[in-house]
Design a protein around this ligand. Structure first.
Ligand code: TRP
Length: 343
């Protein structure tokens, strides 16, 4: 009988999450992901992955992919992910991800993937020219998680649809093969800033692909750059409202308040209460000071780690070995369930 227990031998619930090594990490990655990951380490068994297989669904320059992979891992660590307490590795090192993704490609239905909004956004108008990998991106993501039978997955709000697909795949696999094998994952979408928006347009997500540098705060920005970007952030002509309802239909104000709340570990309601009635210039000065205080140590730790590629490689090597160890028994069972010869 296959068991749904997924807690390994630690007795803790297993968490899996990942981010792509495709360019500068920014405030959205920190507040929407890494910061929440670091929090979960205390009472979960955590696996954090740099998803380089996902990155190549859009072409990546091979000359810089390795350094971007180290840099992403450095950002996790700088944000508080502790390689002594969790598994930190890059996806391409554990071939089980690709193998399980193939099996899931045969479980998932074309129609399911056709509904994924991230594919529609990333492929744009020219769908015929998108890579096949971009289309089946979500089956690889399901494999990432289920290869470890992880049941809790902290992500930003934009990944919710992919996690629903992961549940559908787990359920269909279990049904098709008549087993009770894969757990149904719970998305963990927490924090006051699960969706950090562009500083230039409160309706657009903060993104590394935005052509305007002023739209985002990179985790490599120094103090002066952070200050200038906040000073220049778009706002409306109103004041800071004294309650959250007052942020309705004011996307730029809502975004800055959410960023302040997340950086200071307060609720948006508390921030509104504190700053209600004040103008944006006053609020931006406070936000700048807060951002510099919180991000300063992260930026400098990231720089230190970036300058030590040998150390980063040793962390990722050790992580890959542990990840392989955890995944192999799961994969072996999957092969047996599917009926492959020679397991
Ligand atoms: N798709 C996620 C993102 O773009 C990254 C990712 C890949 C991921 N595999 C994952 C996140 C598994 C959580 C779990 O943010």
């Amino acid at each position: 009988m296959h068991s749904m227990k997924n807690s390994g031998n630690t007795g803790k619930v297993r968490v899996f999450s990942g981010a792509q090594p495709s360019g500068d990490m920014h405030l959205g990655n920190y507040l929407g992901a890494f910061k929440n990951w670091a929090r979960l380490q205390a009472d979960h068994e955590c696996i954090f992955c740099v998803v380089d297989l996902h990155a190549i669904t859009l072409f990546q320059d091979p000359k810089i992919l390795a350094s971007q992979t180290r840099e992403a891992a450095a950002a996790y660590i700088a944000a508080g992910v502790d390689p002594d307490r969790c598994i930190l590795f890059n996806q391409s090192r554990v071939s089980g991800h690709a193998e399980l993704a193939w099996i899931f490609n045969c479980v998932a239905r074309v129609g399911w993937l056709g509904r994924m909004t991230q594919f529609k956004d990333k492929a744009g108008k020219n769908r015929e020219k998108a890579s096949v990998g971009l289309y089946i991106y979500p089956t690889l993501m399901a494999a990432d998680i289920l290869l470890y039978k992880a049941s809790r997955v902290p992500v930003g709000a934009d990944q919710k649809q992919h996690l629903e697909l992961t549940r559908d795949i787990a359920q269909k696999f279990n049904n098709d093969f008549g087993v009770d094998f894969f757990p149904l994952v719970d998305p963990v979408i927490t924090g006051e800033a699960t969706r950090v928006m562009s500083l230039r347009d409160g309706n657009k997500k903060m993104s590394k692909s935005d052509p305007s540098e002023m739209s985002r705060i990179n985790l490599t920005d120094d103090v002066d750059v952070i200050a200038r970007k906040i000073q220049k952030a778009r706002t409306d002509s109103g004041e800071i409202p004294d309650n959250v309802e007052g942020l309705k239909d004011r996307p730029e104000a809502a975004n800055l308040i959410a960023i302040y709340a997340a950086l200071s570990d307060q609720t948006r309601a508390q921030v509104c209460e504190d700053f209600g009635g004040r103008g944006f210039s006053n609020f931006k000065a406070a936000l700048t000071e807060l951002a510099v205080t919180v991000l300063g140590p992260i930026t400098s730790e990231m720089k230190r780690l970036k300058d030590d590629p040998a150390y980063m490689d040793s962390i990722l090597d050790a992580g890959a070995i542990k990840a392989r160890e955890l995944s192999e028994p799961v994969l072996r069972e999957v092969r047996q369930i599917v009926g492959f010869l020679g397991v």
